[in-house]
Write a protein that binds this ligand. Structure first.
Ligand code: V55
Ligand code: FE
Length: 490
């Protein structure tokens, strides 16, 4: 067995392929705040086997979950693969059986019909369940204490879509979960299924709509009274899959459509707003103000992923691809279908997070992986080509961005905001970020004061090993970990 000699699988991005437990990680700088009592979970792709087709894209690796547990200033570490149906079938075979990213035509015939999900994109804690998410398939439940896989979760049959987003939203006030699946009737279908589940995890609303064209709907926007589905022209169709082409292509001949629905309204028409082609992947937050909807997303003029080609073969344009946090504003009071775009920070960035207590409401702060003017070109780039050498806090009240430089020969992964216990004010808390130390081929967990981002870290927790790039994560308070889930007898 051998992984291909390409950057996706070599150097810092070489597959980790270990499952580990480390007690009491070394704290080499500062002190871990003693009031951090809970756990930071993150997930990312880590292929179990070399790709069936000889090469693969970063987004297709098997989901590996890591957890950092905090208690009394000490930090324990555990990582485990999610035992998806795909992972188990391939482990049994001792090799890869599934082929290209979201292309079932490339699979070994013996796995036909089996879920292709990798559970590699995000983790959701809701109604006492920890779910590992991938947007092409159903969630997979894991045990938050042991990281043992429990199995696919379909909301007791209520998840009628073939897929569920990796970026669901939880209303912090009500505990309501708002989520959707795109390609909901199977790969490359333009169908979107929108759901809401109550605080006990029971699906209480379902509604289907059809997008103007089939594309990657990686994230969406939820406000107090509306949901918005951003359809950006990273398109797909079945013929591409049959032809063995990458699942998605960038098609700048198509406009952006923003589909707005009133929440939990079974009959209202979808209102489609239309704008110039642009790429947007992650929503920072969205809210309503005087009959308008503001959607804050990282927006670029072109697709950020070099491995999803321009549909007519134009070369990847890193400058056009560079994303900036931007605000799209739709005016529901006007009859026209246009919307405006304003830039919220002049520092390029992605992986936006917020103080989740403000999700769906007006807010002040966002936290992001950011890139300074002259990132070191000798250092590895992320899958998107970005070199995230800064952790940033965007202040929407002052229009300023504070940044923390993570060091030479280093790059940050997604920064997560963790509220400080007993502090209710927005942004009172910590930022956690896993930092790649390229010179040492090792990882550090940085803990920053979220109100003093540009200051020295509160603590640097040293890992004796390398955690390749991951995607998204979540914080779980120790009180929640201990609490049995709704309806269980445990
Ligand atoms: C992304 C990540 C995915 C995916 C589609 O924007 C989009 C990130 C890790 O998987 O399948
Ligand atoms: Fe994402």
């Amino acid at each position: 067995m051998k992984f291909p000699d390409v950057p996706t699988f070599r150097g810092f991005q070489a597959p980790g392929r270990f499952e580990a437990d480390i007690r009491d990680l070394e704290v080499v700088q500062g002190e871990v705040p003693a009031d951090l009592d809970g756990a930071y979970y993150r997930v990312g792709p880590d292929p179990q086997f070399p790709p069936l087709l000889g090469d693969d894209i970063f987004l297709n690796g098997d989901g590996m979950v890591s957890v950092f547990r905090f208690e009394d200033g000490r930090v324990d570490f555990t990582c485990r693969w999610v035992r998806t149906p795909k992972f188990l079938a391939e482990r049994e075979a001792g090799r890869a059986l599934f082929g290209a990213y979201r292309n079932p035509f490339t699979d070994d015939p013996r796995v036909r019909g089996l879920s292709r999900g990798t559970a590699n994109t995000n983790l959701l804690w809701h109604a006492g369940r920890m779910l590992a998410l991938k947007e092409d398939s159903h969630p997979v439940e894991i045990d938050p204490l042991t990281l043992r896989t429990i199995g696919p979760w379909d909301y007791e049959g209520a998840l009628t879509s073939a897929t569920a987003t990796a970026h669901p939203k939880v209303d912090a006030d009500t505990g309501t979960l708002v989520f959707f699946g795109y390609a909901a009737k199977g790969e490359t279908t333009a169908d979107i299924a929108y759901y809401e589940a109550d605080a006990d995890g029971k699906v209480v609303f379902e509604r289907w709509l059809t997008a103007p064209y089939s594309s990657m709907v990686h994230d969406f926007a939820v406000t107090e009274n509306h949901v918005v589905f951003p359809v950006v022209p990273l398109v797909s169709d079945l013929q591409r899959l049959k032809d063995g082409l990458p699942h998605f292509a960038w098609d700048p001949s198509q406009p952006v459509y923003l589909g707005v629905l009133p929440r939990r309204d079974p009959t209202a028409d979808v209102r489609w707003f239309v704008g110039d082609p642009r790429f947007a992947s992650h929503t920072m937050n969205a809210f309503e103000e005087d009959g308008r909807i503001h959607i804050d997303m990282s927006v670029g003029d072109s697709v950020v992923f070099p491995f999803f080609p321009e549909i007519n073969g134009a070369p990847f344009d890193p400058e056009a691809a560079t994303p900036y946090m931007s605000r799209w504003t739709l005016d529901l009071r006007r009859a026209t279908d246009d919307f405006t775009q304003t830039r919220l920070s002049d520092v390029p960035g992605e992986f936006p997070r917020i103080d989740e207590r403000r999700a769906t409401r007006s807010y002040r702060y966002g936290y992001m992986s950011m890139q300074s003017g002259v990132p070191d070109p000798t250092m590895p780039a992320s899958a998107s080509g970005m070199r995230f050498d800064l952790i940033g806090r965007v202040d929407l009240a002052t229009g300023t961005t504070a940044t923390h430089y993570v060091g030479d020969t280093s790059a940050t992964q997604e920064p997560l905001f963790v509220p400080r216990r007993g502090a209710a004010g927005e942004g009172e808390g910590y930022i956690m970020a896993l930092v790649n130390r390229y010179a040492e081929m090792r990882s550090d967990l940085l803990i920053l004061d979220a109100e003093n981002v540009d200051g020295e870290p509160l603590a640097t927790v040293r890992l004796p090993l390398r955690l390749r790039n991951g995607l998204h994560g979540t914080w779980l308070d120790s009180e929640d970990i201990a609490r049995p889930r709704a309806g269980s007898e445990e």
